[in-house]
Write a protein that binds this ligand. Structure first.
Ligand code: G6P
Length: 608
C-alpha cells in the first residue's frame, strides 16, 4: 500500500509528481506529500487528506521549485493519518528526505538505537527511522549508507530518497514492495506502478529485491548490495494511456464493469486455437498433470472468491481434489503440500503481501506454482513456475470487477486444460465447453442492454441497513463476491450465506423489510433455493433474485428479478456477478459514496 513516485530531469518536478501520484491514489489516499530538491535546499509539503488537498496547497505544484523530487500517497499503517505522519520524512538535519511503501518491522529496535545516539523523532511512523538511519550511516557516500541501512532494517520497503549533499541524484531501493524505474530522455523516474509514469514514458525496468537504483537525469545505474552493476532488459509497455483514464464515465468502477465483455474476450479467445486450449508459456506437461494429487488455490479478497468458484469448477472438470485457501491463513498453518501438488495463486496486482508469502511457502515445500496475474512483471508473476496472465488491462477502481471476471476465465481455462489432459473431459464435452465459453462476452453485453430496472431498484434500496446474500453451489461462491462488493463500496452491512446454512443461524437476523439477494441460477438446486426464499419471505424479507432466463417460476416469490442469459452451469458465475456489481455500484452512487476510493481500503495490499 502507499504509492511512491520520483522524478529527476530538467522540468519542474512537483507537477510531474502530482500527476504520478494521481495515478497511484488507488494504493492509498489518507494523506500525501512531496519533497523537491533545488540546489542544496529541500522543500517539503505534506498533508493529511486526499491528493487534492496537497495539490491545492501547492497550487498544482507551481509553488515548489526544483527539478528533482519524490512524492507519496499514503495508506496508514504505523501512526494515524496526520500532517506529521505523512511522507516524505526528513533526517534530523533535514538533509535527506525519503518516501516509503511497506512496513519496517524492527523499527522499535532501530528507534531505540538511534535515540541512544541522540536522534529525536517527530512522527509515529516506522518510516522515520529509515531517514535517520541513512543519515546515521552516511559518510559522504549515499549508496554505502543505503546498503548499510537495508542490512539493518527488516520488513518490506520501496524507498525513494533525495539528499542535499547529492544535488542531481535520486536513489531508490526495494524489498517485497513493488518499484519500477521509468526511462526517459534526459529524465528518469521511479514509481510503485506503471500508470504513474505512463504519460511520460513507456520504457521501464522492473526491480528485484535488494536492488539499489542510482538515477541522474541522463543515467541509470542499478546495483546489488555488493555494488556490482546489474544489467536489465527494458520492458516496453504497450497498453494505451486511455486504458487508465475514465473516458467519459463518472467512475472507474462503472467503466471497468462495462469493459468486462472485452476483457473476457481478450483473456479467453487468444487461448483457444483450432479447437484446442493453448495456454501461453505454461510448461506444465501432460505427464505432470496426470501425476497431480491435489490442487490448492490461494488468494486474498475477491481473488480468493474466484478461487472458491475455481474449486467447484476444477473438481467437476478434473476430478482432482481442490483446496481453496486464504493466503493469510495458508502461509502460517504448516500446510501439507509437496511436489505432486499444484498451487494456483490468484492476484490482480501480483503484489499482495500475503499472497506472495503463501507462494513462497508453497514453493519452499516443493509444489509447482501456476499464477493467475493481471500485472505483467509483478513479483508474483516473476516468482511463479508458470503464469497465466489475465488481460483485463489496468484496473483502477479499488473494488475489482473486470479483474475478477477475467480471473474466472483463467479458472475455466486451467480446469479445462487439466481435465482434457488427464482424460476427464472427452472430445464432445471439450467442444461444447470451448464453444460455450466464447459466448460469454456477448451474454454479458446482453445483461447491459437492460440495466435501467436494476438501477431504479438500487435507488430505492440504498437506505438498507443490512443486506443478505444467499446461494447454493456456484451461486454461493458468487454470493460471497456480491456481498463483499456491496459492503466495500456502500458501507452497508452485508453477509453471504450458503442457503442451506440459513436455518443454522442467519435466519434469526431476518426481520420485516430485510433485503435478501437470492441467487437462483443453479438449475439442479432451483427448488432448494426457492424453499429458502419462501422461508425468508415468511419472516418479512424483501427478495431480489437473479435467475436464468426463462425460469419465471421465481416471479411468484421474489419482489424483483434480474435474468441472466442461459449458459452451461459452470459458467454462470461470469454472468451472475454482473448484476451484483451493478447493484452495488448504483447503491453506492445513490448513497453518495466515493465509489472508486472507498474509505479505509486500498487496491494493492502490500503489507500484511
Ligand atoms: C484488495 C483489493 C481487492 C483484491 C484483494 C487482492 O483487498 O481491494 O479488490 O481482491 O486486495 O488483491 P490482488 O491484487 O492480490 O488480486
Amino acid at each position: 500500500m502507499c504509492g511512491i513516485v520520483g522524478y529527476i530531469g530538467n522540468e519542474q518536478a512537483a507537477p510531474i509528481l502530482l500527476g504520478g501520484l494521481e495515478k497511484l491514489e488507488y494504493r492509498g489516499y489518507d494523506s500525501a506529500g512531496v519533497a523537491v530538491l533545488d540546489g542544496d535546499k529541500i522543500t517539503m509539503v505534506k498533508t493529511k487528506g486526499r491528493l487534492k488537498v496537497l495539490a491545492d496547497k501547492i497550487h498544482d505544484g507551481a509553488d515548489l521549485h526544483g527539478t528533482i523530487g519524490i512524492g507519496h500517497t499514503r495508506w496508514a499503517t504505523h501512526g494515524a493519518p496526520s500532517d506529521i505522519n505523512s511522507h516524505p520524512h526528513l533526517s534530523r538535519n533535514g538533509k535527506i528526505a525519503l518516501v516509503h511503501n511497506g512496513i519496517i518491522e524492527n523499527y522499535m529496535q532501530i528507534k531505540a538505537l538511534l535515540e541512544g545516539e541522540g536522534y529525536t523523532f517527530v512522527s509515529d511512523t516506522d518510516t522515520e527511522v529509515v531517514s535517520h538511519l541513512i543519515d546515521y550511516y552516511y559518510n559522504g557516500n549515499m549508496i554505502d549508507a543505503i546498503i548499510k541501512a537495508i542490512h539493518r532494517i527488516e520488513g518490506s520497503y520501496a524507498l525513494g530518497i533525495i539528499s542535499v549533499d547529492h544535488p542531481g541524484e535520486l536513489f531508490a531501493v526495494r524489498k517485497s514492495s513493488p518499484l519500477i524505474v521509468g526511462i526517459g530522455n534526459g529524465e528518469n523516474y521511479i514509481a510503485s506502478d506503471i500508470p504513474a509514469i505512463l504519460s511520460r514514458t513507456r520504457d521501464v525496468y522492473f526491480l528485484e529485491d535488494n536492488e539499489i537504483v542510482w538515477l541522474k537525469g541522463d543515467k541509470i545505474k542499478i546495483l546489488d548490495t555488493d555494488k556490482h552493476e546489474i544489467k536489465k532488459d527494458v520492458f516496453h509497455v504497450d497498453w494505451d494511456v486511455s486504458a487508465a483514464e475514465k473516458g467519459g464515465y463518472e467512475h472507474f468502477m462503472i467503466k471497468e464493469i462495462m469493459e468486462q465483455p472485452k476483457a473476457i474476450e481478450d483473456t479467453v479467445c487468444p487461448r483457444i486455437q483450432g479447437g484446442e486450449i493453448v495456454l501461453d508459456d505454461i510448461k506444465l506437461t501432460a505427464k505432470q498433470i496426470k501425476a497431480l494429487s491435489k490442487i490448492y488455490i490461494i488468494g486474498c479478497g475477491s481473488a480468493y472468491h474466484v478461487g472458491v468458484v475455481g474449486k467447484y469448477v476444477m473438481e467437476k472438470l478434473t476430478r482432482i481434489p481442490v483446496e481453496v485457501e486464504l493466503a493469510s491463513e495458508f502461509r502460517y498453518r504448516d500446510p501439507i503440500i509437496g511436489k505432486d501438488d499444484l498451487v494456483i495463486i490468484i492476484s490482480q496486482s501480483g503484489e499482495t503481501a500475503d499472497t506472495l508469502a503463501a507462494l513462497r511457502e508453497a514453493k519452499k515445500r516443493g509444489a509447482r506454482i501456476l499464477s493467475v496475474v493481471n500485472v505483467v512483471g509483478s513479483s508474483i508473476a516473476r516468482e511463479s513456475d508458470d503464469v497465466l496472465y489475465t488481460w483485463a488491462g489496468p484496473e483502477i477502481s479499488v473494488a475489482t470487477t473486470k479483474a475478477y471476471s477475467t480471473q474466472l476465465q483463467a479458472m475455466y481455462l486451467i480446469a479445462m486444460h487439466i481435465g482434457i489432459n488427464n482424460g476427464k473431459i472427452d472430445e464432445e464435452q471439450k467442444e461444447h465447453l470451448l464453444a460455450e465459453i466464447q459466448t460469454l462476452p456477448a451474454k454479458v453485453r446482453k445483461i447491459f442492454e437492460d440495466i435501467a430496472p436494476l438501477q431504479n431498484y438500487a435507488s430505492k434500496k440504498y437506505g438498507s441497513k443490512d443486506i443478505f446474500f444467499l446461494g447454493r453451489g456456484l451461486d454461493y461462491c458468487v454470493a460471497l463476491e456480491g456481498s463483499l462488493k456491496l459492503k466495500e463500496i456502500s458501507y452497508i452491512h452485508s453477509e453471504a450465506y450458503a442457503a442451506g446454512e440459513l436455518k443454522h443461524g442467519p435466519i434469526s437476523l431476518i426481520e420485516d423489510g430485510s433485503l435478501v439477494v437470492a441467487l437462483a441460477t443453479q438449475e439442479d438446486l432451483f427448488e432448494k433455493i426457492l424453499s429458502n426464499i419462501k422461508e425468508v419471505k415468511a419472516r418479512g424479507a424483501k427478495v431480489f433474485a437473479i435467475a436464468q432466463e426463462g425460469n419465471t417460476a421465481i416471479e411468484k416469490e421474489a419482489d424483483f428479478v434480474v435474468y441472466i442469459p442461459k449458459t452451461e452451469n459452470i459458467f454462470t458465475p461470469s454472468l451472475t456477478v454482473v448484476p451484483l456489481q451493478l447493484f452495488s455500484y448504483y447503491v453506492a452512487v445513490n448513497k453518495g459514496c466515493d465509489v472508486d476510493k472507498p474509505r479505509n481500503l486500498a487496491k494493492s495490499v502490500t503489507v500484511e
